[in-house]
Write a protein that binds this ligand. Structure first.
Ligand code: TYD
Ligand code: MG
Length: 454
């Protein structure tokens, strides 16, 4: 009987037949570890198991309407969940250690408990007294959340079966220990087994389960990506150290839109929601300066304005630097190539730095034109016209494509006091009162109109 592959990447869960320094699947270094092989055991007969049940789809109709979603009342969280918590769902909340996952979930637990959902918070990292201390700091010590400090999965499931909560929070999945798996807590097999059991339990017993997963850089501890495929909803809690802002992003959601974000601010008394993120992301913007462009983006279902900052300087290196924070570096290379090939504006011999202010990660192609604007503004040392937002996709030919939801972007810009917008012609665009719209048809036209050069 062949043994199953026994080298696993602890960051992404990919299996390998032999050890190597770098995982081909996700590109991380030093994450491949040897796992105790799963012996396949004697072959089972393919038939002869217990008979399952099947029903026709139409039989499921009216009588069994699913119970409604529960709102926790924190608008930023409810929206990321796709409109509240779905009963019997399994969720994963991933993020760097110390980013605020436990804080967020304790606050959410208190909200759900107050809204009548029986909630248990299981901590495998802190003693109940420590969780209570945190609750006191957050002003939640009176809330009816039940606490348990436990790491043995069997004991946890027994407790959940007896207590029958509506919501259980497991903090964190890396500390859970399933006694039927023969490896250390935190290993890929343990994390997978625990997540699988919890997910199955959630479906079977109608309990919503939220699992916390630390993003790790350490090969011996499995990261949250290993269990992403098992759960219904995957949320990542992002933010930069030194910044107060935290962004909760849905990267997968069976019950709502992916890419939805919720914005929070870490304060001395826990996380506070930020209901107007555009104002927050633009708050550090001073007078218009070269290299700065405001992008009118859409995150999930909501328009968000954010400042893009570029710096272009002569390079002392033979290989000029291209450094990007908050955007895709491949996409930056593409924009630089298009500017050079189609508009005759070279960046050879120049270092290029691009930063999305406020710690937001932008992934929309519609940011292309705003990036180009920031780069050109930095290169020409000319500030863009004040109170102007920019958006639109750039194609390799140098043509511009209109962005989806143009009207929503324009409305948000107008709401925040902007008076002009530069966006490609075409597509469905409404005009927004008080906003002057410039509509270049291609990149060459945009460069000419905005910087007076071609
Ligand atoms: P925590 O929720 O423990 O992070 P995680 O569970 O993701 O590891 O958050 C820890 C950080 O948050 C810690 O550096 C202190 C800070 N913090 C505040 O700033 N205010 C607060 O009210 C709380 C509870 C934590
Ligand atoms: Mg924690």
């Amino acid at each position: 009987m062949a043994k199953t592959q026994s080298f696993t990447c602890s960051a992404c869960g990919a299996s390998h037949t032999r050890w190597s320094g770098r995982c081909d699947a996700c590109g991380e270094w030093n994450t491949i570890i040897q796992e105790a092989p799963l012996s396949a055991g004697p072959a089972k007969k393919s038939l002869g198991g217990k008979r399952g049940q099947s029903i026709t789809l139409s039989d499921l109709s009216t009588e069994e309407t699913p119970p409604p979603r529960t709102l926790c009342g924190v608008e930023e969280l409810d929206r990321v969940l796709g409109g509240g918590l779905v009963p019997a769902s399994a969720l994963l909340v991933g993020g760097d250690p110390g980013i605020g996952k436990s804080t967020l979930l304790l606050q959410a637990a208190a909200r759900f408990a107050r809204n009548g959902i029986k909630t248990i918070y299981v901590s495998g990292e802190e003693a109940s007294a420590q969780v209570r201390m945190r609750a006191r700091r957050l002003g939640l010590e009176e809330s009816p959340v039940q606490l348990a400090a436990e790491t043995n999965l069997r004991d946890i499931l027994t407790t959940l079966e007896a207590e029958k909560p509506g919501l259980a929070i497991i903090d964190s999945i890396q500390t859970m220990w399933a006694d039927n798996v023969d490896s250390a807590p935190g290993s890929v097999s343990q994390v997978r087994a625990a997540a699988h059991e919890l997910t199955t339990f959630a479906k079977r017993h109608g309990v919503s389960i939220i699992m916390v997963g630390h993003v790790t850089k350490e090969g011996q501890i499995a990261g949250p990506r290993v269990v992403e495929h098992m759960v219904d909803t995957v949320l990542y809690f992002e933010g930069e150290r030194g910044h107060q802002f935290r962004i909760l992003r849905a990267v997968k959601n069976r019950f709502g839109p992916a890419d939805e974000i919720g914005v929070f601010e870490m304060t001395g008394k826990g996380l506070a929601q930020v209901t107007n993120p555009s104002a927050l992301f633009l708050s550090e913007r001073g007078t218009p300066s070269p290299g700065s462009a405001v992008f009118a983006g859409i995150e999930g279902t909501r328009p968000v304005l954010v400042e893009l900052q570029a710096l272009v300087a002569p390079s002392p290196h033979s290989q000029p630097r291209r450094t990007v924070v908050g955007w895709d570096s491949g996409r930056l290379a593409m924009i630089l190539a298009v500017l050079e090939a189609r508009c005759g504006i070279p960046f050879a011999g120049l270092d290029v730095y691009l930063n999305v202010a406020g710690g937001l990660k932008v992934s929309e192609p519609a940011a292309d034109l705003a990036v180009a604007a920031a780069l050109l503004s930095a290169r020409e040392d000319t500030a863009l016209p004040a109170d102007t937002v920019v958006f639109g996709e750039i194609s390799l030919s140098g043509a511009l494509r209109p962005a989806p939801q143009t009207e929503n972007r324009l409305k948000e810009a107008q709401k925040l006091g902007f008076t002009a917008a530069i966006a490609p012609a075409g597509g469905k665009t409404g005009t927004v009162a008080g906003l002057t719209l410039t509509r270049p048809s291609d990149l060459v036209g945009f460069v000419g109109e905005t910087f007076g050069a071609g």
